[in-house]
Design a protein. Structure first.
Length: 420
């Protein structure tokens, strides 16, 4: 009987299940605080509102949406374009501008420089003193003396034909550069005239005003040659510059000539030979004038690459330095004489690199004090004139063959020569 009753109750439960919970709406009365219910996908919570319990909709947390990864465009490769540099020639070089031939040396007012490759570009770059070559060390000595000298108040007497072409102004500037460098035309001293003209008719009256005894001979010389320049010593010294054709003013011979000719005056003053005969060593006299003339090219507005020109000229004019050691007529009249300018310029470049300008001044002071050329050279350089020439000849040959001795090599050869 009990078994029948249980089955009957189960059957009734299946036939009449509990009714589903009525739909819940916000604000309706509920029975128990915190009771929850879900209706139509919304969740409700029973809360107390005043004295009543009511349903309040709860925020149903939404699943966090996964953002769709948007395709990020790849950055375009950075184009590394080299900055376009202004290219300047060796005759007009400027630090930071482009150049054409690596290793080319120039002399600037900022210091010695060379064409150097950096980041795939060739650029004019200053040479650090510890990296000096023979050429840059010699130029550094010249520049230091030039910049240390006072700039103005020089006793100069420029007598220029007003019809002189533009080259006349460059001669004038070069003469002032030479005077500033050597310091032998100080303010208050008697100025030495500088005569400048391309017109043959201008010269006679100027030479008469100087009471120049060699007037007729000089007029014949400038009439016969279109490119004439020189320093004339004696009781009434003067300089003359007579360039009568355009091709006279385009090469290194012209570009170094004002400071070159001023140097001859300085040599005479420093050695005490302005009005008297003193020992002369041709390669030292002409070589030093040519070297200083080239080194002061930038100060003369004549270009920054005159040393490069002298080195280039060596290749067709190579003569042993010692050939120019003797102060003899046979040397001056030799067909080899024209080679003294590039050979002497590079030889004295080596000498100046070793002993500086102080050593040069010491040499001329020795001559002034009555020393022979050999004695003065030993006093300043540690070698006789002939031994100095042979040492410097090795350096000249190395420049001519485009395999220049390093500064260390020249110094080593010099020390060895002094011990021999």
């Amino acid at each position: 009987m009990k078994k029948i009753a249980i089955i009957a109750i189960t059957a009734l439960a299946l036939l009449f299940p509990e009714p589903a919970e009525a739909a819940v709406k916000a604000g309706q009365v509920c029975k128990k605080v915190n009771q929850s219910a879900t209706s139509n996908g919304k969740k409700f919570t029973c809360v107390k509102s005043g004295k009543k319990l009511v349903w309040r909709a709860s925020a149903v947390p939404q699943p966090a949406s996964t953002p769709t990864a948007s395709a990020t465009p790849s950055p375009e490769p950075i184009k590394t374009e080299q900055r376009q540099l202004e290219i300047t020639s060796s005759s007009a070089a400027k630090i930071g501008t482009g150049c054409s031939f690596s290793g080319t040396h120039v002399g600037l007012l900022e210091g010695p420089a060379q064409c150097k490759e950096a980041n795939g570009q060739k650029i004019w770059t200053l040479i650090a003193k510890e990296n000096d070559s023979v050429a840059s060390r010699a130029y550094r000595h010249v520049l230091e003396k030039y910049l240390a000298a006072p700039e103005g108040n020089l006793a100069m007497d420029i007598r220029m034909d007003p019809n002189t072409p533009d080259w006349g102004k460059k001669i004038e500037k070069g003469m002032f550069a030479g005077a500033r460098f050597w310091g032998t035309s100080p303010s208050g001293s008697a100025p030495v005239p500088t005569l400048i003209s391309a017109d043959l008719k201008w010269w006679p009256a100027q030479l008469d005003a100087l009471n120049y005894s060699g007037k007729e001979e000089y007029l014949k010389r400038i009439a016969a040659g279109t490119c004439q320049a020189g320093f004339h010593g004696g009781p009434n010294p003067f300089w003359s510059f007579a360039f009568r054709e355009a091709n006279c003013v385009t090469n290194v011979g012209f570009k170094q000539v004002p400071a070159h000719e001023y140097t001859h005056y300085a040599q005479a003053v420093l050695s005490g030979s302005l009005n008297s005969q003193k020992p002369r060593v041709p390669w030292m006299e002409e070589g030093l004038a040519s070297f200083i003339g080239g080194a002061l090219g930038v100060a003369s507005d004549m270009g920054t690459d005159l040393r490069f020109s002298w080195a280039s000229d060596l290749r067709g004019n190579l003569v042993a330095v010692d050939f120019f050691s003797k102060d003899e007529r046979s040397v001056y009249e030799s067909p080899k004489w024209g080679s003294i300018y590039p050979v002497g310029a590079i030889a004295t470049e080596g000498l100046v690199a070793l002993i500086g300008m102080d050593g040069v001044l010491k040499y001329y002071a020795g001559i002034k004090d009555g020393m022979s050329a050999d004695q003065a050279m030993v006093n300043a350089f540690g070698l006789s004139v002939s031994k100095a020439a042979k040492l410097l000849d090795g350096y000249v040959i190395s420049v001519s063959s485009m395999s220049e001795w390093s500064l260390a090599k020249l110094q080593s050869e010099w020390e060895s020569a002094k011990k021999s």
